[in-house]
Design a protein. Structure first.
Length: 375
């Protein structure tokens, strides 16, 4: 039986749209058993829905799909090393968030939900808005003042109502949570169905690497929805006996807003409000708007995934992010600054690594949406 599970107080809840956190205040996980019938997978079209038996949607009629996913895994030369980069800006809305949105909004459709609310720095909002448009589900997105205009226009184009909120990203989330007392909360950080979409990143990498797991993953962390999704995906593959071990999870944050970097370095089990020295090295807002998350909802879970896999967190400066943005442009990839932060972190990781290992990283968002900011 599928049900929601609280990793904090260990209680269970039936699955229903209004339930987005535990009564103890914690985030929830989903109990679900994935299966991986390789012969069936191979016969299906190249989208993330080819892993159908691992995605918790009951009826095929509920699936909202634009043939998203199965993005290229490109092998490139990077500072003298060979690395694999998953080109995840090649999604219908221009970011990897479609992985989570296609699954979460399919679930909302299966539930018969008429309207949802979400908060986002822009990309998750665009993805949720697009799939709601496809489903005919009403959609309200709360965004911070600093969101790139390209993302705001995109949210509007899908017919969603957007509400700009002054102040921090956390203030934006508070406003959405107030609205979520009446309207189902399609939250990419709280709702575990989103992670059951982002986990397809792991399945694709596994298939593209000849049904093997890489040694190391280098991924961005804001709220950690790709990071945790990838970890969940590899964990499911291991539990199903398809791989031997889960890759080492290396997370990248902007030095201007690095609560996980701080918590990891100091050996804390949970994140704490970030100190000024860790928040702002340069007294400037980070251009990596997608990972400017001071209070990640699933901070504890992220730290557990890092420690369990002998991973680490690296922080990158604004100067390093800008250099990485230019560098990827010269390799033919026009990405947004948030994605450039991952690449700056990848460079840092590769300079440190001692052993020969297979490293997979990603380009999460396309550059056009942030062109104004980059100018
Ligand atoms: C392009 C891009 N990359 C990475 C991230 C980080 O995702 P998460 O907050 O789930 O860690 C975001 C989040 O908005 C994003 O927009
Ligand atoms: Zn609980």
């Amino acid at each position: 039986m599928e049900r929601f599970f609280c990793p904090n107080c260990k209680c269970f809840y039936p699955i229903q749209p209004a339930r987005w956190r535990c009564d103890c205040g914690s985030y929830l996980d989903l109990e679900f058993e994935s299966k991986f019938p390789i012969q069936k997978i191979l016969k299906r079209s190249p989208s993330l829905w080819r892993y159908r038996e691992a995605i918790p949607i009951h009826s095929n009629a509920s699936i909202l799909s634009m043939d998203e996913g199965f993005t290229p895994l490109e092998e490139i030369e990077f500072d003298g090393s060979r690395v694999f980069i998953k080109i995840d800006y090649l999604f219908p809305t221009g970011s990897y968030k479609d992985r989570g949105a296609t699954v979460l909004i399919s679930k909302m459709k299966e539930w018969g939900v008429q309207k949802v609310v979400e908060d986002s720095s822009g990309n998750a909002g665009s993805a949720i808005a697009a799939y709601c448009a496809k489903a005919g589900i009403g959609c309200e997105i709360y965004v911070p003042q600093y969101t790139s205009s390209g993302k705001l226009i995109q949210i509007q184009a899908y017919g969603a109502a957007f509400k700009k909120v002054e102040g921090s990203r956390e203030k934006v989330a508070e406003r959405a949570m107030e609205a979520a007392s009446k309207i189902p909360y399609a939250s990419h950080c709280w709702n575990p169905f989103f992670l059951h979409g982002t986990k397809t990143f792991a399945f694709e990498v596994w298939e593209q690497m000849d049904w093997k797991a890489p040694d190391t993953l280098v991924l961005p962390i804001g709220h950690g929805t790709l990071f945790l999704g990838a970890h969940l995906g590899f964990r499911e593959l291991k539990e199903a006996g398809r791989i031997k071990g889960i890759p080492k999870m290396v997370g990248i944050q902007s030095a201007s807003c690095a609560p996980l970097y701080q918590a990891f370095k100091r050996g804390w089990r949970e994140t704490r409000p970030i100190e000024k020295s860790v928040r702002l090295e340069t007294e400037e807002e980070t251009i990596a708007e997608g990972i400017a998350i001071a209070e990640p909802v699933r901070g504890k879970q992220i730290l557990e995934a890092i420690r369990e896999t002998d991973g680490e967190v690296l922080a990158v400066t604004e100067k390093e992010i800008k250099a990485a943005l230019k560098k990827m442009g010269r390799k033919g990839h026009f990405i947004e600054p948030t994605s450039a932060a991952t690449i700056a972190g990848l460079g840092k990781y590769l300079r440190k690594k001692r052993r020969k290992e297979t490293v997979v990283s990603t380009l999460t968002g396309m550059g056009l949406k942030s062109a104004g900011k980059m100018l």
